[in-house]
Design a protein around this ligand. Sequence first.
Ligand SMILES: Cc1cc2nc3c(=O)[nH]c(=O)nc-3n(C[C@H](O)[C@H](O)[C@H](O)COP(=O)(O)OP(=O)(O)OC[C@H]3O[C@@H](n4cnc5c(N)ncnc54)[C@H](O)[C@@H]3O)c2cc1C
Length: 299
Amino acid sequence: MTETGHGSDVQSLETTATYDPATQEFVIHSPTPSARKDYIGGAALHAEVATVFASRHERREPRRALLRRAAARQAGNDLPGVTTSDDGHKGGLGAVDNGRIMFDQVRIPRENLLNKYGDVDEDGTYSSPIDNVNRRFFTMLGTLIRGRVSVGGSASAATEVALSIAGRYALKRRQFSEGPGQEVLLMDYRMHQRRLLPLIARSYAYRFAQNQLVARMDRLQSTDTPDPQESRELEGRAAGLKAAQTWHATRAIQEAREACGGAGYLAENRLTTLKGDTDVFTTFEGDNHVLFQPSPRSC
Ligand SMILES: Cc1cc2nc3c(=O)[nH]c(=O)nc-3n(C[C@H](O)[C@H](O)[C@H](O)COP(=O)(O)OP(=O)(O)OC[C@H]3O[C@@H](n4cnc5c(N)ncnc54)[C@H](O)[C@@H]3O)c2cc1C
């Protein structure tokens, strides 16, 4: 979805999909350098197929955003018209090869269109079960809800790991003496309790909220005709909770790292990896500040 020129503002993405009725194919194209797909998971090396978010381009028709599936690579090589490159080293998540993709008039069959909310028939006529263009766009973005719920859940899991490491350390580690042979346990310092316990309490609250959200999402997405009002409410809740959980993770993991002193900075104790891997959670699957706005527009 994301392009070099636009991330949060998904509606302004520039990649085009133009239908050719003669061959019944879509032509996927990156018309400008800023239309290059960027940060895409797997695009630098391992992925072979991509789901590409593009605007439909048709004579005298308004632009509409659509999703299409396009083969990108075969036997490790870019297919004709596809150019991929590496985003390079990141601040974390080193196991995923994020990269860039440019399309030069790449043709894919009409059947590859992901057509739940909009379809194109053989002669190129567009149809959709949702008349209102904006409602259609936001309904389509609503399908991204699972990614947000997963990122929020991962942030909560990482926070719980970090705080349990810091908690166990505080219940073993002793510093300074109150008298001969009476070194004080870190957790017996009120300052240490005030640093860790509110974060632990908040983590429980987010865990309960996450479990409730997942159950609600499962119930709603298991029906063939989900209630639109309930769907919008779920999207809002998922966006808000994702932002709250990921900001909490960034703060709590840093606190846990400091609460373990120098040991917290050693890679073998995992806290630096947890920090590096969760930092970007506040940005991807929707930047937190953008998600907090009344009408979420981000990916
Ligand atoms: C490791 C990684 C993996 C990723 N994986 C993928 C992937 O697989 N597929 C994919 O499609 N994308 C992926 N992304 C892209 C990610 O979704 C975007 O980076 C994200 O949506 C933010 O877009 P941006 O980087 O263009 O930031 P911008 O949109 O430029 O935002 C920059 C800053 O401006 C602020 N801002 C923007 N708009 C507003 C506004 N209206 N009001 C107030 N403040 C605003 C934001 O809060 C932010 O702080 C990935 C990114 C990273 C770093």
